[in-house]
Design a protein around this ligand. Structure first.
Ligand code: DOR
Ligand code: ZN
Length: 366
């Protein structure tokens, strides 16, 4: 039995408020515990989006009542909420500021660089800015970090050009960190043809794609995937970007982008360890030590995850706690299974069962 620290996922979409048919703080944090995570940081592209004190309270109240593991909530950067002067306490209550610089699910995109400026200027330097930025937008975000002499965390990098530019920026002392998602390490753009195109559907996604392969950033080429693996030392942390949408939505004519990931990340990464593509110290650094430091997260005393390193099993959506009812890794055989999760001295998950109540989870900023 392998013992790991309680893992941290700095990037999840728990869909509350507004789309609790996809997920909520209850189902999402149950999925987290089943996946070996004891802390999750929730993104603000909800309905309504979280972008001021009032909407933050809506999300944090729901989380307080329903979360089964510890959590933090991001606030979103909007076109006119960069002046926190009257709300100095708000940055202290959130996991960080999320800036959507490229288009994706939700309406929080900041198109114009004049809208980025006040956020980089005003947001407290000791609290994270996380950027959804791809390719050249990512280069621009790194330039902003250099100009304003502050850190920026680049979410879900997926391209060779991205990892190489981040490497070069780090070598020159620019304060940039980055995360990579399991789906960008284990899938490429030739995977996931449409398994069940709905009858008479006109949607085949992009080319042979289909709705199930839609995700932002998109699945990349094999060369990109190889570059991520080859530059593992540049990557600060793993993040799932757990983005549940129901199977009906994914198979519809207008499929939203996103994959669930909380319950498959650790098994996939442990499987990579079993194939000597990764080491356990790598895994602990990228799923615990680094994110804890980068997001300034509190200690969780008497907290650990027990993993059966030798257990081989098949990933099945039917066994998951996420409400979305599908996984892009259906049927994959993996080696390494989460047996037990202990959070603050209490067994929270054991042998497939969640054992703590809703409301057991704590706000990391409380
Ligand atoms: O594929 C994605 N889905 N990428 C994102 O950036 C957002 C996410 C979502 O919220 O569904
Ligand atoms: Zn996301």
């Amino acid at each position: 039995m392998l013992k790991l620290p309680g893992l941290i996922d700095p990037h999840v979409h728990l869909r509350e408020p507004g789309a609790t048919h996809k997920e909520d703080f209850d189902s999402g944090t149950s999925a987290a515990l089943a996946g070996g995570f004891t802390t999750v940081l929730a993104m603000p592209n909800t309905k309504p989006p979280i972008f001021d004190l009032e909407t933050l309270d809506i999300a944090l109240n729901a989380a307080k009542q329903k979360a089964r593991c510890d959590y933090g909530q991001y606030v979103g950067a909007g076109p006119d909420n960069a002046d926190w002067g009257n709300n100095k306490s708000l940055p202290l209550r959130v996991a960080g500021l999320k800036m959507y610089l490229d288009s994706t699910f939700g309406e929080l995109r900041l198109d114009d660089m004049t809208l980025w400026q006040p956020h980089f200027e005003n947001w407290p330097k000791n609290i994270s800015i996380v950027a959804h930025s791809e390719s050249r937008t990512m280069a621009a975000a790194i330039l902003f970090a250099a100009i304003y002499d502050r850190s920026v965390h680049i979410a879900h990098i997926s391209l060779k050009e991205e990892v190489l530019l981040i490497k070069a920026a780090k070598e020159r002392g620019i304060k940039v960190t980055c995360e990579v998602c399991p789906h960008h390490l284990f899938l490429n753009n030739e995977d996931l043809p449409p398994p069940n195109p709905p009858p008479n559907s006109t949607n085949l996604g992009e080319g042979k794609g289909g709705g199930r392969k839609e995700v932002r950033p998109r699945l990349a080429t094999k060369e990109d995937v190889n570059a991520l693996w080859q530059n593992m030392d540049v990557i600060d942390c793993f993040a799932t970007d757990h983005a549940p949408h129901t199977i009906e939505e994914k198979d519809s004519d207008n499929p939203p982008p996103g994959f669930p990931g909380l319950e498959t990340a650790l098994p996939l990464l442990l499987n990579a360890v079993s194939e000597s593509r990764l080491t356990i110290p790598d895994l602990i650094a990228k799923m615990y030590t680094n994110p804890k430091k980068m997001f300034n997260l509190p200690d969780q005393p008497e907290t650990w995850v027990e993993v059966d390193e030798g257990a081989v099993y098949e990933i099945k959506a039917a066994n998951q706690f996420t409400r979305c009812n599908w996984t892009p890794f259906e049927g994959w055989k993996v080696k390494g299974k989460v047996r037990k999760v202990v959070l603050r001295g209490v067994t929270a998950f054991e042998d497939g069962k969640i054992l703590v109540e809703q409301g057991f989870g704590r706000d990391v900023r409380r």
